[in-house]
Design a protein around this ligand. Structure first.
Ligand code: ZN
Length: 260
């Protein structure tokens, strides 16, 4: 991945997605830097302890960099529902960027200038682009979403709704809990047996590879699935981590949008 910086806000990009014309994407960190060198938390998750005004300010700062006329957030519930954004901008109160929230853990749109926002702290954000049909998706895939194959369902929705060809999709799996830290001591109760082949010594699971394989099973060529390889729990200086810091930790953002 490559690092970018815009007015003190640093974000990561997948080279394979950067090479697609007409698409902007970025995965932000937990910090934004001020002109005097000090840093401020860039928590964009509501209900994680920070005052609402502070979170809204962080969202504004993040969205100023992400751009677009509308920001679409997902009401993430660790499920596998796919929400489609196909409307004109609905003005709600996240000025200067109007925003809307859709129910689902995956967002798909063909509408330009609509920034799809997924927030995570260990869960995967999975960005997808169909350069031919001009469709983008952003998926929230924690372990619960993974075992429901939310990424496969997202590809299926893109095929059915937008006639996307999975063969042409370009995908990126963002910083998230790596096989180094994804320990599931109760995996026999929590994880279906079909995924036990992804178990490593010590009850660790490789959810990065699960996502890769689910995308390949959905028809995406393996070489078109990039994995950041950055573990959130191993990088507490960059990312929020639910495992590392508990349920009260913040959320960082992954964003993708079609440019106008
Ligand atoms: Zn790790």
């Amino acid at each position: 991945m490559r690092w970018m910086d815009n007015r003190g806000v640093r974000y990561l990009q997948f080279p394979s997605l950067v090479s697609v014309p007409g698409v902007w994407h970025g995965i932000f960190t937990r910090w934004a830097y001020n002109d005097d060198g000090s840093r401020a938390a860039l928590n964009i998750g509501l209900n994680n302890g920070d005052p609402q005004g502070q979170v809204q300010a962080s969202r504004h700062r993040m969205l100023d960099v992400a751009g677009g006329q509308t920001a679409i957030f997902a009401r993430q519930v660790h499920g596998a529902d796919v929400a489609i954004w196909d409307r004109a901008p609905e003005v709600q109160s996240l000025r200067p960027t109007p925003s809307a929230a859709l129910s689902g853990d995956a967002l798909v749109t063909a509408v330009a200038d609509s920034a799809l926002v997924i927030q995570t702290a260990d869960c995967q954000s999975v960005l997808m682009v169909d350069p031919q049909q001009r469709v983008v998706a952003n998926v929230h895939a924690g372990w619960r979403g993974s075992i429901q194959n939310v990424v496969g369902r997202t590809v299926q929705t893109m095929v059915e709704r937008y006639h996307c060809n999975p063969d042409g999709l370009i995908c990126g799996v963002g910083p998230s809990l790596g096989p180094c830290c994804a320990e599931f001591v109760h995996y026999r109760q929590e994880i279906p047996e079909i995924y036990w082949s992804y178990r490593l010594p010590g009850d660790y699971f490789d959810f990065w590879r699960i996502t890769q394989d689910q995308l390949v099973a959905a028809g995406v060529p393996r070489k078109q699935v990039a994995v950041s390889g950055m573990c959130t729990r191993c990088n507490p200086g960059l990312f929020f981590s639910h495992r590392g810091e508990g349920p009260g930790t913040g959320r960082f953002a992954a964003v993708i949008r079609l440019t106008a």
